[in-house]
Design a protein around this ligand. Sequence first.
Ligand code: SF4
Ligand code: SF4
Length: 193
Amino acid sequence: MGSYEENYLSKRPQHLCKMCGKCCRVVTAPMPYEKLKQMAKEGNQGAIDFLFLFVPYNSIYEARKADAGIVDNIINRLKEDGNYVEHDMTFYRCRFLQPDNLCGNYENRPTLCRYFPSSPWAIVPPGCGFEGWLFWKREEDKQKIRMAKEELLELELLRMRTKDEDTLKKISAVEQKIHRNIELYTKYGSENW
Ligand code: SF4
Ligand code: SF4
């Protein structure tokens, strides 16, 4: 099987990065700013790291002035996935981004920067060098889910053909595992794949 690190992160083709700095100029978080601040207060290291790095824009309007294309792309992607709540949205810029678009803290940049984009479903700015690669990684995930759904149908047929208790238990266990895998992708629309 291998870990997520082996399967995805270590295989990321880093050379695709164009070092345009767009992913540092306008970013958002998967939770409201107030919640992030609360988590940081409670000692959540991810929230502490994020707020150390990123400075909030005062409004969506201000973020659009920095780069409207990135802001609109994020909003559109969240809307497509059904995850857009305007009053919960805050955009941020990194305090270390230099005017030449390079990182002013490159050697010590945190893990979240080293691993960006850390999932095929990460929202990257328009024109990011990873766009095409991420598209194919998402297609691979979709294909895996389609195959999992076919396995469920085959298991259903097997269930109809057997009365053996042990076999039925094994079928249920495998079905549950497959359902759990499919559910991991529900937020990306896996029910329609
Ligand atoms: S937006 Fe993409 S290409 Fe540009 S710096 Fe970030 S990861 Fe690299
Ligand atoms: S620390 Fe560097 S790589 Fe990370 S977001 Fe800031 S400028 Fe970008």
